[in-house]
Design a protein around this ligand. Structure first.
Ligand code: UVW
Length: 347
């Protein structure tokens, strides 16, 4: 197969997991890494790390993402009542005792607890070496060719799908299985609910105080307290505080970005909105989200957002631990940019 690129971005690892790789750093979750995760299980206690998927509530966090809409499926005549709370003795035959329901959901895949796929953020970059930047995703995959849409029948199966990631979709992570060692850094314990931009110095200071060590292939989780507050707001979040409280990674700190690259983490996960804050305006070409750019575009590190980490962080602190077995596959829903999930930590 022809290479999709002749230039790769500075500091990227394109091609290092194979010319056609679509998994990125998830490749570092090897059988050995799974065993390292399993060895962290001592008590058999599990923590579900998902918010209910109808949280945060409303759309104050992101004005184009909405809570799920659940409906009954309809019958061939589009009548909903024919397949929801259906009493079979009334509608089919008096001899049947059954009552049935079936439903359908419209689900904004990045509304709540989610993975961002490697197709979620690319960049303009001169990958083919013709001197002109073109839009491209991780490992040189292209909009319009590999990531299709919006267009009629993008999936090509008549299903009505108008977008479809032929490559880099989350089904690859689902099929690989996402299970290995998770390591949690408890930012909230040290920084409280202030909107602190966390630099490498702050991060390493907290890691030293809490004896947190991150090794290649680990999935790194950051507890900021944001998702705990989201739950406390009970689906009616404060529209100002939701954007002005709790810590996030300081994407303007180049040393932090270098550390993320050098640490060889396989995934970067936070309980907040986007892991990082937005870049300041700048007349030069730049990325709005440097950590998304580094992780999704350059290094193939999937991002987890809006995970519910509070109870796990509390237990780990009480037990003087930071590591656990993390099981966190996305939905095996082909062609998607993001996926809800129900991650489980086992200690
Ligand atoms: C933002 O929308 C800021 O981040 P994400 O798309 O990763 O949720």
């Amino acid at each position: 197969m022809t290479k999709r690129w002749t230039n790769r971005p500075d500091g990227s690892n394109w091609g290092e997991f194979g010319e056609d790789d679509e998994l990125g750093r998830i490749n570092l979750i090897t059988p050995q890494k799974v065993l390292e995760g399993v060895r962290e299980v001592e008590h058999g206690i599990t923590f579900s790390l998902s918010l209910p998927l109808d949280y945060p509530g409303g759309n104050a966090l992101h004005d184009r993402r909405f809570p799920p809409i659940v409906k009954p499926i309809t019958d061939m005549q589009q009548i909903a009542s024919n397949f929801y709370n259906v009493v079979a003795s009334d509608s089919i035959d008096p001899s049947f005792i059954d009552v049935w329901s079936d439903d359908v959901v419209t689900l904004w895949l990045q509304y709540s607890t989610q993975w961002d796929s490697l197709a979620h953020q690319g960049a303009k970059f001169d990958a083919n070496g013709d001197g002109v930047d073109e839009p491209v995703y991780y490992n040189g995959f292209r909009p319009g060719q590999d990531i299709l849409g919006p267009q009629e029948d993008a999936k090509g199966d008549g299903s009505g799908s108008t977008s479809f990631a032929k490559h880099l979709g989350l089904e690859h992570m689902a099929e690989h299985g996402v299970q290995g060692r998770g390591v949690l850094i408890d930012l909230e314990h040290h920084l409280g609910s202030d909107r602190t931009a966390v630099t490498l110095d702050i991060l390493q200071d907290i890691m030293a105080k809490d004896n947190v060590v991150v090794e290649p292939g680990d999935m790194l989780l950051l507890h900021t307290g944001f998702a705990d507050q989201i739950l406390a707001w009970e689906k009616n979040p404060d529209p100002v505080k939701i954007h002005t409280t709790f810590s996030h990674l300081d994407a303007s700190d180049d040393a932090l970005l270098d550390w993320i690259a050098e640490s060889q983490i396989s995934a970067l996960i936070a309980d907040n909105y986007a892991v990082e804050g937005f870049s300041a305006p700048n007349p030069e070409p730049h990325t709005l989200l440097p950590i998304h750019h580094l992780c999704l575009f350059k290094l193939g590190i999937p991002l987890g957002e809006l995970w519910h980490l509070g109870p796990l962080a509390k237990w780990l602190r009480e037990n003087n631990r930071s590591r656990f077995l993390l099981t966190a596959p996305p939905l095996n829903l082909p062609g998607t940019q993001g996926s809800p999930l129900t991650p489980i930590a086992t200690v």
